[in-house]
Ligand binder design. Structure first.
Ligand SMILES: Nc1ncnc2c1ncn2[C@@H]1O[C@H](COP(=O)(O)OP(=O)(O)OP(=O)(O)O)[C@@H](O)[C@H]1O
Ligand SMILES: [Mg+2]
Length: 328
């Protein structure tokens, strides 16, 4: 497997009210060519900030450090204009709300065509033709006439399809989709995720799917990275992680996610709240909520260590997590 993106010790620090804290706290992972990696974790775990930072999109009160190797270059050391090139051409991002990324005053066909005329110097006619073809590929009916629509004339699901098409216009090597379907209803969500996967497979694009909904991950992703309090706490093949989670946080997430086929009547939410990043406990950040907590967990933070076939987890407890009653 070829690593296409290699992230080492990525940190994102924000300054607020004179103090500062890390929202991403030393993230290490690799993305393989052509794979779908799901990034999951509760709200505030640093999923979006980690990927925004890689793309040079940290807010003004923040800064990023570490290395993000892509195509032989460290993205964190590129100039803004070099990064801009990478963003448009080689790594594309899709966000939750398509209206924030589409220009309301421009026909969708023209917006999609512009991606090619601006980044690749394609002539306007060829670019328009490519835009119409892409609209057709992402399942917009009557693409030729739809290309002349403005964003507000489309349904939410259609706008999302336009966003996907726009992101894929330049045939990026990596597509980062941050909660791309949360604004859509459940049936459309499923269709959209299928579409992502099919298109990425056809073009060999690696897909990073950021979500706090574990339910959408199974069946879509190859591997999964679970984040908690700004760190990766478990990584590995999706099937292995669902079948035999080794970090109590992931175990908790699975137990609190309704599965689509079997109706579970005993969903168990994870006890407690995510930690305040400005006041993290000295040991493991998950310890206050953990049913497997041992004395060492309150003093020493575990590091992400490899085990088994391509898996890693950051937990002092060594072994399968047999269900216990929820944390006291
Ligand atoms: N500009 C900022 N200034 C201060 N803190 C910030 C800023 N942007 C993000 N944060 C904080 O960084 C942390 C990580 O945020 P992030 O958006 O990455 O979470 P997330 O995992 O994507 O959550 P969600 O599932 O809700 O999208 C949060 O505590 C958030 O409040
Ligand atoms: Mg987010």
């Amino acid at each position: 497997m070829t690593e296409i993106l290699t992230v080492e010790d990525l940190r994102v620090r924000f300054t607020v009210h004179g103090g500062s804290f890390e929202a991403v706290r030393g993230l290490n992972f690799a993305l393989n060519a052509g794979e779908t990696l799901a990034v999951v974790g509760e709200s505030g775990s640093g999923k979006s900030q980690a990927f925004m930072a890689m793309m040079g999109l940290v807010a003004r009160n923040g800064s990023a450090s570490g290395t993000v190797m892509f195509g032989g270059r460290d993205l964190l050391s590129l100039t803004p204009s070099q990064l801009n090139e990478v963003r448009g051409r080689e790594i594309a991002m899709i966000f939750q709300d398509p209206m924030t990324s589409l220009n309301p005053a421009m026909k969708i066909g023209a917006q999609m065509a512009e991606v090619l005329t601006e980044h690749q110097g394609t002539d306007r006619r060829a670019a328009w033709k490519a835009a119409v073809e892409m609209l057709d590929r992402v399942g917009i009916p009557e693409a030729v006439s739809r290309a002349n629509s403005y964003p507000h004339e489309l349904s939410g699901g259609m706008r999302q399809r336009v966003m996907i098409g726009m992101a894929l216009m330049c045939q990026p090597k990596v597509l980062i989709a941050d909660e791309p379907t949360t604004a859509l209803d459940v049936t459309v969500q499923a269709q959209m995720l299928e579409l992502f996967k099919t298109l990425c497979r056809e073009t060999g694009t690696s897909l990073v799917l950021i979500t706090h909904d574990l339910g959408v991950v199974a069946g879509i992703a190859d591997r999964m990275m679970v984040m908690y309090a700004g760190e990766a706490v478990e990584t590995g093949a999706v099937d292995d992680l669902f079948y035999d989670p080794r970090h109590p946080y992931l175990k908790g997430l699975i137990q609190s996610t309704p599965s689509p086929d079997e109706r579970k009547s005993y969903l168990t939410p994870i006890a407690g709240m995510p930690p305040n990043l400005t006041r993290l406990p000295p040991g493991c950040p998950f310890a206050p909520r953990c049913a497997w907590k041992m004395p060492i967990c309150e003093t020493t933070a575990p590091v992400l260590l490899p085990f088994g076939a391509g898996r890693a987890r950051a937990c002092h407890f060594d072994g399968p997590l047999v269900s216990v009653e929820s944390a006291s």
